[in-house]
Design a protein around this ligand. Structure first.
Ligand code: PRX
Length: 661
């Protein structure tokens, strides 16, 4: 039996690492239990204490939690603070101005160090430039930028003047960008000429121009452009301005706008099971508190010695909480990377860890799985070929990590010295929720273990009753927590229905994931989404969103989208399509499948492209006309159909749809 097989069979428990346990912020299970007990005993006292200890308040809050308009909760509402002051100024004031805030490595390997003092200057100048353009407290600013210091500066500058940013991932299409600009009611857009990924320049400004031209965003008065590559771009006089030009004559100081803790720090769009993406609205005080607190707890980050690296993009929540806000809020040094893990070769991550002496490394299972494959094919890019001895903590996020990948990560990247911290959380939760603690929790591969102190997570059945350990159910959080979303932007009804459904009693936060707790330890294992949301490479995609994109194509009559497990990306998108004309065969079907993939990339973004497209003359429907998605899921997986198909109107269709394109 191989080492991995025995781990899987025994559900082997890995002790918390000897390298971290003694000096950890939360050292040992007793310390964890004591903090959890404090939260149980005096919930508001616990959160109030953390908020006072962790953040700098211009005006202290007098009330911790307001539940009078539940589920619209308010935290620390009469307290005033500024996120950018907390993330930058206070470290400079404490004498750490010369410390590196960001060590930026570009796609081509060029490294730029940005100290806290540099960051302060750049944020102030840009914030002043935004103010000069009339951007003010409460305005929404959309940021469509590559991984860049400029991205962090733009976000922090918005926070400094009380503007609410909404970052749109640089891989989204002009249509997706347009929808977000319109929904959020943006007054300004910050973008770049192009982005560099894997040695290639990809357009951004031209996509942004298209998005703006598509209508509905007349409120966007300013388009500010970061010059990344110097590539040629179209220019609209009076609207467009270069970032480097507008900051030139600005002052190095900028008085922060002190805002209520409840002031919206950002809105970040994420896919839901129905309709258009939801604008998840986060608060200033709550988000910042938890981003900072979890840096200290989950990552055990010690600003004086650690070098933290989160590989996520700033276009996702992970980049918000664990690049822009968390590491800076605690005054840590972090590595930020522009490129992709496979360029110039699949050893890039390991090379960068060695080069920058990274101590805490946070990435996604999908990246780990693709790097396992690459290192099997080429020993030169195997982590063991690099000096990774600086590492002390490894984190993972975005999807369930399969135990095989966990063990590989533990043994090969950490060299069996570093705990693997499997963090379960979501765009909506703002920060980590269920996760091991490096110095305390015994680890079980594939389990995110236990909720953090103060997080009242549990598993319930469809009526909201808690189920016993060992029984699967629906993952919920029983009490509000500071970094939770505050609303779905402009749609409070959707907020209530999606996250606090009446079926569960209206007060439980519904995460949308299935989970089971271990009989003995109570450890959580996440079993994936229970709604029509797919998780591809750690990114959420609504099946309905992809279906609507497909049916918008003039060739398509009907489409149904499901997920199937994929070795690298976790899940893959499979689309079942009925064309308006007859079912294509052979080369023609390959050609149309490719056309439809390109179409989806244009409508949503390349991440949503179906891996398989299958054409049928029809979709499997019941006599009442309902598409039988269960059957489609089995077909997508290549399983034999064992389900009862007697209610199916057209059983013959199943043969046609079994064929992948
Ligand atoms: O299904 C869960 C999965 O990712 C979803 C949240 O996606 P998103 O909002 O895009 O945020 C991703 C980064 C926080 C969850 O509902 N998920 C995330 N982390 C894990 C996970 N599933 C299992 N284990 C995890 N550690």
């Amino acid at each position: 039996m191989s080492a991995i097989e025995s781990v899987l069979q025994e559900r082997r428990v890995f002790p918390p690492s000897e390298k971290t346990s003694a000096s950890a912020t939360i050292s040992g299970m007793d310390a964890y239990k004591a903090l959890s007990a404090e939260a149980e005993r005096d919930y508001e006292g616990f959160w109030g204490r953390l908020a006072r200890e962790t953040l700098a308040w211009k005006k202290p809050f007098t009330k911790v939690l307001d539940e009078s308009n539940a589920p619209f909760y308010k935290w620390f509402e009469d307290g005033e603070l500024n996120a950018s002051y907390n993330c930058i100024d206070r470290h400079v004031e404490a004498g750490h101005g010369a410390k590196n805030a960001i060590v930026f490595e570009a796609d081509d390997g060029a490294v730029t160090n940005v100290t806290y003092q540099d960051l302060l200057t750049r944020v102030c100048r840009f914030a002043n430039a935004l103010r000069k353009r009339g951007v003010k407290k409460g305005d929404r600013v959309v940021i469509y930028l590559p991984m860049s210091v400029e991205g962090v500066v733009a976000m922090q500058a918005c926070a400094r003047i009380g503007a609410t940013h909404s970052v749109v991932f640089g891989g989204f299409s002009s249509k997706s960008l347009n929808e977000r600009l319109v929904d959020v009611g943006a007054v300004a857009l910050i973008t770049a000429d192009e982005q560099m990924r894997g040695g290639k320049a990809l357009p951004l400004k031209s996509i942004a121009d298209e998005a703006l031209a598509a209508g509905g965003c007349e409120a966007v008065k300013d388009v500010i452009v970061y010059r990344r590559t110097g590539g040629k771009v179209a220019w609209t006089e009076g609207r467009d301005a270069w970032m480097h030009e507008i900051v030139e004559n600005e002052s190095d100081t900028c008085e922060p706008e002190w805002v209520s803790a409840e002031h919206p720090l950002f809105i970040l769009y994420t896919s839901g099971s129905t309709g258009k993406p939801k604008g998840v609205q986060h608060s200033t005080g709550g988000l910042l508190l938890w981003a900072a607190q979890t840096m200290k707890w989950t990552f055990d980050a010690k600003p004086a010695e650690d070098v933290f690296w989160c590989t996520a993009d700033i276009g996702w929540i992970t980049g918000h909480s664990y690049i822009t806000y968390g590491p800076t809020a605690i005054g840590a040094t972090q590595v930020m990377f522009e490129g992709v893990p496979t360029y110039p070769n699949a050893g890039r991550f390991w090379d960068m860890i060695a080069k920058h002496k990274v101590t805490i490394f946070y990435t996604a299972p999908t990246a780990i799985r693709s790097l396992i494959k690459a290192s099997e094919a080429d020993a030169k890019v195997h982590p063991k070929s690099y000096d990774l001895s600086s590492l002390r903590i490894l984190g993972t996020v975005g999807e369930p990590i399969n135990p095989e990948a966990w063990v590989w990560y533990y043994e090969n990247v950490g060299g069996a010295r570093c705990p693997v911290i499997d963090t379960w959380w979501q765009t909506e939760t703002g920060g980590h929720m269920i996760t091991p603690l490096p110095g305390a929790t015994p680890l079980v591969p594939g389990s995110c273990t236990l909720p953090l102190p103060g997080i009242m997570a549990t598993v319930v059945d469809e009526t909201g009753q808690e189920v016993p350990n060992g029984q699967g159910g629906i993952l919920v959080v029983k009490r509000p927590w500071p970094s939770m979303l505050r609303n779905v932007w402009g749609d409070p009804d959707r907020y209530k229905k999606s996250y606090f459904p009446e079926e569960l009693g209206g007060r439980l936060y519904l995460a949308g994931d299935g989970a089971v707790r271990d009989k003995e330890t109570g450890y959580f294992t996440i079993m994936g989404r229970i709604d029509d949301v797919l998780n591809v490479s750690g990114h959420r995609l609504g099946t309905m969103e992809i279906e609507s994109a497909l049916v918008a194509n003039p060739l398509v009559a009907e489409a149904a989208v499901v997920g199937r497990p994929d070795d690298t990306t976790g899940e893959a998108v499979v689309a079942f399509v009925v064309l308006k004309r007859s079912r294509p065969e052979g080369d023609e079907s390959t050609k149309i499948a490719n056309e439809l993939r390109a179409w989806v990339a244009k409508e949503i973004g390349p991440i949503a492209k179906p891996k398989d497209i299958r054409f049928g003359e029809n979709l499997p429907k019941t006599r009442s006309g309902k598409i039988m998605r269960r059957l489609l899921r089995s077909l997508a997986k290549g399983e034999e159909i064992t389900q009862d198909v007697s209610t199916l109107e057209n059983p013959a269709i199943l043969d046609q749809l079994g064929e992948a394109r």
